[in-house]
Design a protein around this ligand. Sequence first.
Ligand SMILES: O=C(O)c1ccccc1NCC(=O)[C@H](O)[C@H](O)COP(=O)(O)O
Length: 214
Amino acid sequence: MPANIKVKICGLTRPEHVLAAAEAGAAYAGFVFFAKSPRHVGVDLARDLALEAPVGLAKVALVVNADDATLDTITARVPLDMLQLHGHETPERVAQIRARYGLPVMKAVGIADAADLAQIDTYGAVADQLLIDAKPPKDAVLPGGNGLSFDWRLVNRKYWPRPWMLAGGLTPENVALAIQMTGARQVDVSSGVESAPGVKDTTLIRAFVAAALR
Ligand SMILES: O=C(O)c1ccccc1NCC(=O)[C@H](O)[C@H](O)COP(=O)(O)O
């Protein structure tokens, strides 16, 4: 029986790509609120995209070390189903955000080697979900969305009580193998469904979701 995989397409900036993700069978759409990102959306655009998203597509706001004022504005204006914290938020800050906004929180953890896996337990105690992503290079401008993968063997056959999503360098070509090697039940992609940084590609979105769900 095919596994019930959930797919998140992150960094969406255009309504046709939100629709393509939903029609292909993605479960989550991610909107990036990070000014240095080529995928950055302001609150007004994110609101329009979220309002046009088909019912059933969960809308996720990705923020990086956001303060309360920023989160107050985003959550007041954009209809959301989840917050994704992709910076250096402490476990205390994760718990605070979760309590303040009443939305499920997914905390990103960057993995380069086995020592990094401890974060999964630390943040698993306070977050609703975890995004297990490649650790960005030291000089990277972006803390995520760099199209880099980590050694999937690090998470092979591991069990964590919180739902988690595999991310980092996934593509239509490698996502099936990544799922098979890690046992992930959820996958997240950004660069791998783009024709250029920040430019999503409908054909690649469809191919990625099909490969993940097959
Ligand atoms: O995508 C961005 O521009 C971004 C900016 C700042 C923080 C995180 C960002 N993306 C994180 C994601 O959720 C990505 O989907 C995830 O890191 C995987 O990215 P990729 O390797 O490009 O598929």
